[in-house]
Design a protein around this ligand. Structure first.
Ligand code: HEC
Ligand code: HEC
Length: 452
């Protein structure tokens, strides 16, 4: 079903409800199909999917405790959670994904810098970046006692003025990043940085269960359809990438193993080696917390937890502005990338995740978003300008759960309108339709986004 058919079928569903004189909300409010919960509180991103069996709920609870707990330096009396570092960004998953939600870039002078992770690389003139000789692929800005963090990031912003077609002005903030206090050797002149915030972790098992063929069917790398929107699948070692801002990880399992080793210095069966460069190995003394540092059973529980977080239901779905905004979303061309509907296929790890009709508002494809959003860093073979369409479910609850409204890969947008105004490249035409729209129509579109 394409976006227009989706709208028509949803309108028909609404009309049917009117005929039956029932004020029932349209079915798309169950954004995560059977994995949807009705919760708009600050715990909205932390609920288990209703599809889980009682035994699976127990696994979810165990996974949750290891997601939240702080890892400690080895050797420790708590052998099941030691092995932190020696270099790391945070002590627990939930430091960055606070309440399973989204992080934001640090404010000026703020001590906690963990909300923004900085990838680093050296372009080799080909399709991908090489790890930095001294600092590897990610800047670890924290370290165990007695060890120096790799470096610190300083953020500066530049104001960009613009205005809506009706004359209303707006101000965007373009960030610039600088690394200071490098501890393990010269940074050199040719490195590039890739700043990334941590996204909310809801509905990931559902995104994993979308059949690859359904995603590949939406790709149009040569833009044969001539609509200005191409979109291409990002293959990682032959597998379709789905997770991360540049779709660099194919599965929740591989993303979790990468998070453990890169963000916390915890080795696992999928990532058995600490990520230290030769320079760092020569300078950093450390004690291993076991080999691997997280045992398989615990690792699997964290993966299970991360896969099965429920999606909160959409709210206010029968309110006139939200209904109108949903129509503008299609008319402006947003749905060309933020795909409104998929049906999941069967998965091996859970019996009920297949056959779910879901509304994630993403095609999981890479799109060229223009030079304004580019940061110079390639991930895999995704170019600096290419980003994976992020799912929009839950986006309206970020302020409730995380107390901020920072959006886009580096959190530069300070609200949803700014997030849209940064769109360029393949999304330039859609952005322009929003910018040229009347204030009531813009407000309606934003009301729809806030309802997700
Ligand atoms: C230092 C902060 C930090 C920590 C700690 C951290 N993450 Fe993340 N997480 C991120 C960032 C940043 C991204 C986006 C990465 C990218 O774009 O490549 C991310 C992305 C993810 C994703 C992909 C989500 C999506 O929608 O694409 C998953 C899953 C995930 N993290 C799970 C975990 C788990 C599980 C842990 C603990 C083992 C963890 N993270 C620890 C910062 C963190
Ligand atoms: C060409 C594909 C494309 C189109 C068309 C498009 N988007 Fe996006 N959208 C993206 C991508 C890719 C990103 C992530 C960009 C980044 O983080 O730098 C994004 C990000 C967003 C975000 C922020 C999400 C987050 O998690 O921070 C919102 C909100 C959004 N889009 C809404 C819209 C709306 C509304 C429209 C229509 C006016 C639209 N988009 C049109 C691809 C698209």
């Amino acid at each position: 079903m394409n976006a227009c058919q989706w709208l028509v079928s949803m309108a028909a569903a609404t009309a049917a409800h009117l005929v039956a004189q029932t004020p029932t909300a349209p079915s798309w409010q169950h954004l995560g199909g059977g994995a949807t919960v009705r919760d708009a509180s600050n715990n909205a991103f932390s609920m288990p999917a209703p599809l889980l069996s009682p035994a699976e709920r127990r696994a979810f609870v165990v996974g949750n405790s290891f997601f939240k707990q702080n890892w400690v330096t080895a050797p420790a009396s708590t052998a099941d959670r030691d092995g932190l570092g020696p270099l790391f960004n945070a002590r627990s998953c939930s430091t960055c994904h606070f309440k399973d939600g989204r992080s934001r870039p640090p404010e000026d002078g703020e001590a906690d810098r963990s909300g923004l992770l900085i990838r680093i690389g050296v372009p080799d003139g080909k399709n991908t970046d090489q790890p930095h000789p001294h600092y590897g692929g990610q800047v670890q800005d924290d370290a165990v006692l007695g060890t120096r963090p790799e470096a610190r990031v300083v953020i500066r912003t530049q104001a960009i003025e613009g205005h809506y077609e009706d004359g209303t002005p707006f101000l965007l903030q373009a960030p610039e990043y600088e690394l200071v206090d490098p501890a393990y050797g010269k940074l050199g002149a040719t490195f590039v940085l890739g700043p990334r915030t941590a996204p909310q972790l809801i509905g990931l098992g559902l995104l994993e269960a979308i059949p690859a063929a359904a995603i590949e069917a939406l790709a149009d790398p040569e833009d044969r359809s001539g609509d200005g929107i191409s979109g291409r699948a990002h293959y990682i070692a032959g597998q379709l990438g789905r997770f991360g801002w540049k779709a660099t990880q194919a599965t929740v399992e591989s993303q979790t193993a990468a998070a453990f080793v890169n963000d916390m210095g915890i080795t696992s069966r999928l990532q058995p080696d600490e990520v230290l460069t030769a320079t760092e190995r020569a300078h950093v003394p450390f004690a291993s917390g076991g080999s691997p540092e997280i045992d398989d059973a615990t690792f699997d529980r964290v993966v299970f937890y991360t896969r099965t977080l429920a999606v909160p239901a959409a709210r206010e779905v029968t309110s006139p502005p939200v209904q109108a905004g949903r129509e503008h979303f299609v008319a402006f061309g947003c749905a060309a990338c933020h795909t409104p509907q998929f049906v999941t296929g069967p998965v091996a790890w859970q019996a009920n995740y297949g056959e779910q009709t879901i509304h994630p508002f993403t095609d999981l494809l890479l799109h060229d978003m223009g030079s304004g959003l580019a940061d110079g860093k390639r991930d895999g073979d995704a170019s600096p300008q290419e980003w994976r369409t992020p799912p929009l479910w839950g986006i309206g609850l970020v302020p409730v759960v995380n107390g901020h409204s920072r959006y886009l890969h580096d959190g530069r947008a300070r609200d949803l309108a700014e997030a849209v105004l940064w769109h360029g490249g393949e999304a330039e035409a859609a952005k322009e339709r929003f910018r040229r729209a009347s204030r009531p129509n813009r407000e309606a579109l934003l009301a729809f986004l806030r309802a997700l």
